[in-house]
Design a binder for this molecule. Sequence first.
Ligand code: MRU
Length: 358
Amino acid sequence: MAITPPSITLRWQSGTNGHLTLLDQTRLPGEFLEIDCHTVEDVWQAIQRLAVRGAPAIGCAAGYGVCLAEPNLEATLNACDYLATSRPTAVNLFWALERMRQVANDAANSAPDELAQRLLAEALAIHEEDRQMCSDIGRHGADLLAALPEGAGILTHCNAGALATGGEGTALSVLFELARRGRKPHVWVDETRPLLQGARLTAWELQQRGIDCTLICDSMAAQVMREGRVQAVVTGADRIAANGDAANKIGTYSVATLARAHDIPFYIAAPTSTFDLSLSSGDEIPIEERAAEEITQGFGTATAPAGIATYNPAFDVTPAGLIAGIVTERGVIQPVSRDTIAQLTEDSSDERCDPQRR
Ligand code: MRU
């Protein structure tokens, strides 16, 4: 089945009495199964169990999730609070919910129909803006990597593609844009233990789009770099602090460290909705811990002895000093520092970088 961005990941069906349809990403690549969410609880579950995942996509899903509450102020605000408990790390979730909260508060005295219409308009706007941000990130990132030699190796970790966003992706949008420009990057895909977002999702997306790629286990990245096969690394991010420290899928910090050891530039591609300027550094980013079973019996097969102690942080923080540049929809932040981040994100008409949330 060919990807027709941006609709495969999530879409709202019909008007204010409609529902959210999601591609269940836990079933990929074996099965292309869409699920319908008719309640706020359905959306909470879908986010929590990673049926929909990736920072921008979680934000879009949460926006639509709020539209499934009863159209009154109390139920809407309760839905926002509830959805905020689904996952802790990706700030796009809280950013989107804050936008929904503001719309609800502004429409506090409106009739239910009017409130429902305004909430749905906001959720659709969040999705549409994300689609546009992805496309702009693709352009800026492709400009940045334009000087790479033909057939250059680009390594990515986890999935930051169409499946992770409301559009074409962040890191993968850069690769798709390079391909549209007639370039032929070779993508090295980290499988991304324990939930294999690289193997199951990124490899699938790249294959669908006809992009030349090779899947490796996470532990192989050092050797592949040492062999001179990687000329740049590009990943997404879940939350970027004011100093540029960036949380992304567990293993990203290792990749960034390896890239530095091999003198390979490590880039992050993320929309400004992923910045959390209320946090001074990455030390303050909440890191989600997930169930032990993801390590001990991922996908149903026991791979560790019963009762073994585990630790399963789902994200890690890459220090700003390891990041050569951050590709945003507004341009590339390079070098990455508190000042350059403030310069690019400062725009008083735009509160997306400093959401009041949590
Ligand atoms: O646990 P996941 O699959 O939601 O983690 C996703 C990532 O870490 C992505 O790299 C990140 O959200 C950026 S997606 C554009």
